[in-house]
Write a protein that binds this ligand. Structure first.
Ligand SMILES: Cc1cc2nc3c(=O)[nH]c(=O)nc-3n(C[C@H](O)[C@H](O)[C@H](O)COP(=O)(O)OP(=O)(O)OC[C@H]3O[C@@H](n4cnc5c(N)ncnc54)[C@H](O)[C@@H]3O)c2cc1C
Length: 480
């Protein structure tokens, strides 16, 4: 289940932190957001280190589809309505500039990462979506993005309509990341377990820093910031297909199926099957994608498959900037809504400017300290609804299996003396027992048969079948 990026970019290893050090800026998290931020800080002559719990790029970044685009699903018409013209312009300009910055860095540093400029399309096969797509094209044009509504694409099926954005791009994310990390001080296998004012405590030493940047995908500190009350996670799945199709752009469906298409050299990446993390107990997401591949590209063959997840904010805009009102020297970059390539670049621009004392023209719209009740209310209501549904389901209606009913290679929840216990039986008749209480805030985790993992529906923490932590905000394994 390795992504095509992990398979084709091994990278160098960085040492682990040992002992206590002091620096100007410490970035926690070595994904696209953290490494780009450290790269910009380093360029500004600010003494910076990166602390990475595993390997750089080893979080969600290794499993992205790496479209570099300001086309973030249907967003601009909504931004104009919810945030007004000025902030919508900030969002559009920041992301358009992010694309240019990638091209600039790649040219200046001569990075060989299959960077290709190409258009991005949002399409639908349903006539009902045409009005939304037309409005999106108009909104994008109003914000000076090169956009148009079209009815012809080179997808292998007719579309009712599509919005085309010119001059977008795609690349190999890990080759890029490894190249820009080469002059940075990075400590791998160094997990931050706590942060106290300007001290980061890791398992093997502490770092004292004037500025601390949380680029951990989902912040693992609950208070202050309260990000757990402002984000949930959504997961989707990807197949890499040989002998499928060479497309003239990158595509995303806004209809029910939400399929994503892009090429990497002669391989086609087909994505989809999105769902809220922790709500896939029925499974079948890879099966769905495989049925689509067989229908659209019967001659193709699958060479890789993988999945990833991202943080969804209440008002659909990332949280980039000061972490909380009470922590002026802490910064955060999160809530990228599956558009983390440009959002990471925007984070790096805004946060490095703030630390260097430079006013950034895009900072306002992304500020984590913003208050946007009207834009947030729909998602807040949906999040509360999900949490209540989850609680009722977990406590009263969650289907519980009998231990001997769980087949080999499967997991499920059993009840023992009033306690719910997660069980997984491997192919060799070994049985693993874990607590079903998430180590983050105690929600009940749910079995995801597609990934053989225990996933939390509240905030999206994930654990493998032995209970080992896979994805935050949890920072510890499940109880066993
Ligand atoms: C299926 C899918 C497809 C996507 N495709 C696209 C796309 O085409 N274009 C696009 O723009 N975006 C896309 N995205 C979104 C994008 O992949 C993410 O937004 C982006 O990779 C997030 O980068 P990050 O640096 O914030 O997080 P990560 O890459 O997860 O990096 C965070 C790092 O922090 C480390 N960490 C966590 N906790 C600690 C700790 N306590 N101490 C030290 N280190 C820690 C982790 O190990 C990790 O390496 C996609 C998302 C999904 C789900």
């Amino acid at each position: 289940m390795e992504s095509i990026w992990s398979k084709t970019a091994k990278g160098v290893e960085h040492e682990r932190l040992s002992g206590n050090i002091s620096v100007e800026a410490a970035v926690i998290g070595g994904g696209m957001a953290g490494i780009l931020t450290a790269f910009f800080l380093h360029q500004k002559n600010i003494k910076t280190i990166v602390l990475e719990a595993s390997k750089i790029g080893g979080g969600q970044t290794k499993n992205t589809t790496a479209k570099i685009t300001s086309q973030h699903n249907l967003i601009y018409d909504k931004l104009l309505k919810d945030f007004g013209e000025e902030k919508a312009k900030q969002y559009a300009n920041a992301n358009q500039e992010a694309i240019k910055k990638y091209a600039e860095i790649i040219n200046q540093q001569s990075i060989d990462c299959s960077f290709e400029e190409m258009p991005a399309y949002l399409y639908s096969q349903s006539q009902q979506d045409v009005i939304k797509l037309e409005r999106e094209a108009q909104a994008a044009k109003r914000l000076k993005i090169g956009a148009e509504f079209v009815t012809q694409t080179n997808l292998p099926f007719p579309v009712a309509g599509a919005v085309k954005f010119d001059s977008q791009a795609q690349f190999h994310p890990l080759l890029f990341l490894q190249a820009i990390a080469k002059d940075l001080t990075v400590f791998e296998n160094t997990k931050a377990v706590d942060v106290d004012k300007n001290r980061i405590i890791t398992e093997n030493g502490t770092v004292t820093a004037d500025y601390i940047i949380f680029a951990t995908h989902y912040p693992f500190i609950n208070v202050p910031g309260f990000y757990f009350a402002r984000m949930h996670q959504e997961r989707s799945y990807v197949l890499a297909l040989k002998d499928a199709q060479k497309l003239d752009g990158m595509y995303l469906g806004v209809d029910g199926e939400g399929l994503s298409f892009r090429n990497y050299n002669d391989v086609l990446l087909l994505g989809g099957g999105g769902h809220r993390t922790g709500e896939n107990s029925a499974g079948g997401k890879y099966k769905f994608l495989r049925s689509k591949a067989a229908e659209l590209y019967p001659q193709s063959s699958e060479i890789h498959y993988w999945s990833a997840q991202d943080c969804m904010t209440l008002d659909d805009v990332p949280y980039i900037g000061q972490f909380s009102p009470s922590t002026p020297n802490w910064y955060v970059a999160t809530g990228f809504r599956k558009w983390g390539m440009t959002s990471s670049m925007v984070s790096a621009m805004i946060i490095s400017d703030a630390i260097a004392g430079i006013e950034n023209p895009y900072a306002d719209v992304f500020s984590p300290l913003r208050f946007t009740p009207s834009a947030s209310v729909k998602n807040l209501a949906a999040d509360i609804g999900q949490a209540v549904k989850g609680l009722i389901r977990q406590n009263f209606t969650l289907p519980k299996a009998k231990l001997d009913e769980i087949p080999q290679g499967h997991g499920g929840v059993v009840e023992h003396e009033g306690e719910k216990i997660g069980v997984y039986k491997d192919e060799n008749e070994k049985t693993y027992f874990v607590s079903t209480r998430c180590s983050h805030l105690g929600c009940q985790v749910e079995w995801n048969p597609d990934e053989k993992s225990w996933d939390c529906p509240c905030h999206g923490s994930r654990f493998d079948y032995t209970g080992k932590l896979l994805s935050n905000p949890a920072n510890k394994d499940l109880g066993r």
